[in-house]
Design a protein around this ligand. Structure first.
Ligand code: UD1
Length: 421
């Protein structure tokens, strides 16, 4: 166990390079299960969730090689169709394996997935779609989900909500189903586009990612040697930009895709930050630390403001002059971290899915506890902008989404260290 010890007040200035996206690499790793050849992935972030996913693939019989940000998965022979319980519970994204494994093996046993404590996070849409494709779902007995399908058949699926995970699961199952699958009201996140790009390298005919209607023509036999570079992590980029904004800093992020964080940059500009974009993949932010509140920020599916940036934005707004209103529409329980921000002196009241943030002049150091990934990132931003030395426990949550955060932040002038407890 470790704590982050942060002495606030330093302006964050410098250059950082954004790593590959956690939420893109996980479904692409699941997709490697479809391939009876070896898949090579580049720009993979070195995160605990990626390690857990590789452990799951290993337990299913895949050969894995990992060297820095390069991962090779040889799924030519699978020896199991059960995801070990301890691994599945560690990570909600283990459910992403369902569609691919079912397509490849005709059978899956997986315990009900774990993940961050930010809401109920049901998987009803995933299961409904797979049963429409012909899977038999034997319910959740003792927390174990059993799915069987002698044959998956392509069909038309209308999602009640553009769920990212459900869209990915259906794309994976449909890749090996008989005939065409059409997903309507599909998620439009850039990570869906990245999955489509990888599936195409596997030889799957898939189109429409980013438009809300995705068409997949299934193919029984997939054997390819794809080399695929994972897209940059838009949430990591947004988090460090928000941290620089909160500290009155000046930050350049490289290796990012401008449009992927357009909604976040829009809000940062409206707060008063100066933002420049060079050649679509370098973004420079300058903040004088004297920022103003935002009347309304509503999270929504892409290209709206991402729920995964909501806590970090609230941390920034807690020091912006005036009153801001933030409405969370994606997850029902995503304001728990605000209690911790209030320990720093933030003035936030939460009613249901709405947070009202009255900007304060100063935040003051406190002992804080991270209880979920992005809430934890918000506490880091709060502590960086506060006077005095704060300590944050629950760093394991933060490590799920940020590679060596203390090293990155130190390199741009933060006074931060990891202390083993
Ligand atoms: C993914 C991201 C997560 C991000 C979220 C929304 C990964 C690994 N995680 O999560 O970081 O916060 O997208 O951008 O990519 N829902 C149902 N039934 C279902 C599925 C979802 O009701 O079967 C609900 C969820 O409870 C939630 C909403 O739909 O309220 C959005 O969830 P979804 O888009 O599926 O998020 P994830 O794929 O879990």
């Amino acid at each position: 166990m470790s704590n982050l010890v942060i002495t606030g007040g330093s302006r964050l200035c410098g250059i950082i390079e954004v790593p590959g996206a956690k939420n893109a690499v996980l479904p692409v790793l699941a997709a490697t299960l479809l391939n009876k050849g070896t898949s090579i992935l580049e720009n993979c972030p070195e995160l605990d969730d990626v390690t857990t996913m590789l452990e799951i693939l290993g337990a299913l019989g895949c050969g894995i090689r990992r060297e820095g940000s390069r991962i090779e998965v040889d799924a030519s022979r699978l020896t199991a169709s059960s995801i070990p319980e301890a691994l599945a519970r560690k990570m909600r994204s283990s459910i992403i394996i369902l569609g691919a494994l079912l397509a490849r093996c005709g059978e899956v046993h997986v315990s009900y997935p774990g993940g961050c404590e930010i809401g109920l996070r049901p998987i009803d849409m995933h299961l409904k779609a797979l049963s429409q494709m012909g899977a038999q779902i034997d319910g959740i007995n003792d927390g174990i989900l059993c799915c069987r399908a002698e044959k998956l058949t392509g069909c038309e699926i209308l999602l009640d909500y553009p769920s990212v995970g459900a869209t990915e699961n259906i794309m994976l199952a449909a890749s090996m189903a008989e005939g065409e699958t059409i997903i309507r009201n599909a998620a439009k996140e850039p990570e869906i586009d990245d999955l489509q790009a990888f599936l195409r390298k596997l030889g799957v005919q898939v189109s429409g990612a980013g438009t809300g209607v995705i068409r997949i023509q299934g193919t029984r036999e997939i054997k390819a040697e794809p080399v695929h570079r994972i897209i940059p992590d838009r949430i990591v980029a947004g988090t460090y930009l928000a941290a620089a904004a909160a500290t009155g800093g000046s930050l350049v992020v490289t290796g990012v895709i401008y449009d992927h964080i357009g909604s976040v940059l829009y809000c940062l500009k409206r707060c008063g930050c100066r933002i420049k974009n060079y050649s679509g993949n370098v973004i420079a932010l300058e903040s004088n630390g004297n920022l103003t509140a935002l009347d309304l920020v509503r999270t929504s599916p892409y290209p709206g403001f991402p729920t995964d940036m909501q806590p970090q934005m609230v941390a920034l707004l807690s020091k912006c002059r005036g009153t801001s209103v933030v409405v969370e529409t994606v997850f029902e329980n995503r304001f728990r971290y605000t209690e911790q921000l209030m320990k720093l002196g933030a003035d936030i009241s939460v009613q249901g899915r709405t947070a009202i943030i009255r900007g304060v002049d100063k935040l003051k150091a406190a002992q804080l506890e991270a209880r979920d990934l992005r809430g934890g990132a918000a506490l880091v931003i709060g502590a960086l902008a506060a006077e005095g030395t704060s300590s944050i426990s629950g760093v394991n949550y933060i490590d799920r989404g940020y590679e060596r955060m203390e090293k990155v932040l130190s390199s741009i002038g933060a006074d931060i260290k990891r202390v083993e407890t």
